[in-house]
Design a protein. Structure first.
Length: 255
């Protein structure tokens, strides 16, 4: 049996679970820093922020949905100081390399792919005004950066940020594919290590249930705004999922 274990080292720099902290994957170059807005100044004092990297500004909207801005910088500390005026974010996440792996071209590539995947996955309200273009890298450099990018996504998930889906989601074979047929609707889903996935092509009724809470209604409206749920062109009495979507739980998926 293949051993899929990975060692992640975590250091609480302020001694509290939600203060400034960083994490490393054993024998990998990628390092993540996470800090609440209150620890922003302490973060800027880290020597690692004098290097190239990518970063995420993270907040919540009124519906509790993540708002995220993705950026890159040749010198992180210089760029990040200009984001204090943005008032939507409550946490900041920074990624850099412990060696000299990253440069201006590579962090632009990382930013462009991260924005592309966030737009594709639709698990957050992306605050970037424009989609950055992918800068030219050699085939070898793209291979290396794609490995670094998966380390970024892995560490985001380890630290509880799920607005970009992993390319290597574990589908536990002990968790069966669920198929639901009720009130004329059909849906398929499965428990994964990310949450409960409802698969593309599943349907949902247009009529609202009397038992719905306000949060369920806001979630449905968000899914419609993002084009994840659309009116079924073949049946005006139901919506259809245009892509796979990860919910926090089966009950959240059920509304």
């Amino acid at each position: 049996m293949t051993n899929l274990s990975r060692k992640v080292e975590l250091l609480l720099l302020e001694g509290t679970p939600f203060g400034l902290r960083y994490g490393d994957i054993k024998n990998h170059s990628c390092r993540i820093f996470v800090a609440p807005r209150a620890s922003f100044r302490e973060l800027l004092q880290r020597d690692e922020l004098n290097k190239p990297g990518v970063y995420f500004l993270v907040g919540k909207n009124d519906s509790g949905f993540s708002q995220v801005y993705i950026g890159e910088a040749d010198v992180l500390v210089d760029r990040l100081q200009h984001h204090q005026s943005k008032d939507f974010w409550s946490e900041i996440i920074v990624f850099t390399a412990q060696d000299e792996l990253l440069n201006k071209a590579s962090v632009r590539y990382l930013e462009s792919v991260l924005v592309e995947r966030a737009l594709r996955d639709k698990q957050c309200d992306l605050q970037n005004g424009n989609s950055p273009t992918i800068k030219n890298l050699s085939e070898a450099d793209i291979y290396v950066m794609n490995e670094f990018l998966e380390d970024i996504v892995f560490l985001l998930l380890v630290f509880g940020f799920n607005f970009i889906r992993s390319q290597f989601t574990l589908q536990d074979v002990s968790s069966p594919l669920l198929k639901i047929q009720a009130s004329g609707q059909q849906a398929t889903g499965r428990e994964t290590d990310e949450g409960f996935v409802v698969y593309k092509g599943s349907t949902a009724r247009v009529l609202k249930a009397d038992r719905w809470q306000e949060s369920s209604q806001r979630l449905r409206e968000m899914l419609m705004e993002k084009g994840i749920l659309i009116l079924n062109p073949q049946n005006s009495k139901e919506y259809v999922f245009t892509q796979d979507y990860v919910f926090s739980s089966p009950s959240a998926a059920a509304g």
